[in-house]
Design a protein around this ligand. Structure first.
Ligand code: PLP
Length: 379
């Protein structure tokens, strides 16, 4: 078994590390930054720089990586959501930027398909806009979107995420919105890897696209990557620190430190240069290891699933048949979390399954996971 390290900084606070088999969720610490990223942040912490110049230079790396006209490192995907909507409402008007969150005189409606409402969409209204829903899940059409667009429409928001209904789809959404000169902004927080998604939605014609920095990219947990069309991105920059004005933008509380800016671009460059197939193979072999160790339990069906629309990487999914006479899903999860170390897996709630997401499982932890599941499921 691997020797688990309890970092002194957490020990002092009495908080013990856990095994994260639930993916890049904020609740469990996002991702783990590689040594090069941590070193880059340490180096960045040791000098003063002109933040405006640093933002411009980092933005160029982001733009290149995303195949977009202009980029910016933000304080996470949620912060990027706030800034995207702000930019669509204010344009490049200094007066409008200073006036937010009061949107009087500005277009302030953010259109979203009803089936895409989610726990992160508060960020779309933080700058002062309002969400306007369109379409019913299961029967939504392009006409529904068309009917929702009016002279107050600031933008159409689209969310790409596992388990989210894509309605008429991003390409069709862009087609309809652009026919009415309305920009489309995309929350694609957890959609990388695959690395090709960094540029995919831009290629489709999306006006701005936001990713979390601290999920699949492996950057600082409170950083993000935003890129898009030059004119809207200029408005984004105005709404962020707004360093050239006496009034800071609505994004001022979401400032990004020099350490996070440097950590983010370093992680992004490492991510785009790294071997996607090798990363996948590592997850696959951990998934196979756990699946094999759980073979032969009555009433338990273990399937390795990797459908990118639903799953973040290959993962063993545990389905419990009628003849399974062990503990409930909730009980199993509780026992895993209560152990030492605590193990956090996915599933439960509305999903009648346990899934063991390997993207954040460190080498050797798959053995601990398999051992503990065996103890619980075979007892
Ligand atoms: C994680 C997530 C966010 C928030 O991203 P942060 O980088 O944590 O701010 C927004 N939307 C979706 C769909 C997410 O999964």
């Amino acid at each position: 078994m691997t020797e688990r390290v309890w970092p002194e900084v957490y020990k002092k606070l009495g908080v013990s590390p856990i095994i994260n088999a639930q993916s890049w969720v904020t609740a469990l610490g996002g991702s783990i930054m590689g040594p090069e990223v941590r070193q880059a942040m340490d180096d960045a912490a040791n000098a003063f720089i002109d933040i405006k110049k640093l933002n411009l230079a980092a933005g160029e790396v982001v733009a290149r990586s995303c195949g977009a006209e202009r980029g910016l490192v933000t304080a996470g995907c949620s912060a990027a959501q706030v800034l995207m909507v702000a930019a669509c409402m204010t344009g490049q008007s200094e007066e409008n930027v200073e006036q937010l969150p009061d949107t009087t005189g500005m277009k302030n409606e953010v259109i979203i398909f009803k089936g895409q409402r989610n726990r992160y969409d508060k960020a779309f209204v933080t700058a002062g806009g309002t969400l306007v829903e369109y379409g019913e899940p299961g029967s939504v059409t392009s006409d529904d979107l068309e009917a929702a667009i009016n002279e107050n429409t600031a933008c159409v928001a689209f969310v790409v995420a596992p388990f989210i209904d894509h309605g008429i789809g991003l390409e069709e959404t862009i087609r309809v919105a652009h026919e009415h000169d309305v920009p489309v902004i995309v929350d694609a927080a957890a959609e990388v890897p695959p690395r090709s998604n960094l540029s995919k939605f831009h290629k489709m014609g999306a006006d701005m696209v936001a990713f979390s920095g601290g999920k699949g990219i492996g950057g600082p947990q409170s950083a993000g990557v935003l890129a898009g069309k030059a004119d809207l991105m200029e408005a984004v920059v105005m709404n962020s620190l707004n360093l050239d004005s006496s009034v800071a933008g609505i994004g001022r509380p979401m400032k990004v430190s020099k350490e996070n800016i440097v950590g983010m671009v370093t992680a992004l460059q490492l991510f785009t240069d790294s071997d996607e197939a090798a990363e996948w193979a590592g997850w696959q072999s951990k998934a196979e290891f756990v699946a094999e160790r759980l073979a032969g339990i009555d009433g338990l069906r273990v399937v390795i699933e990797d459908d990118p629309a639903e799953r973040q990487g290959p993962q063993p999914v545990l389905y419990f048949e009628d003849d399974f006479d062990g503990p409930s899903i909730a009980d199993i999860k509780q026992q895993l979390e209560d152990g030492d170390p605590g193990i956090y897996v996915g599933g439960g709630g509305s999903r009648e399954e346990i899934n063991i997401v390997m993207v954040n499982v460190q080498d050797g932890e798959e053995i601990i996971i398999a051992d503990r599941l065996n103890e619980i499921l075979r007892s």
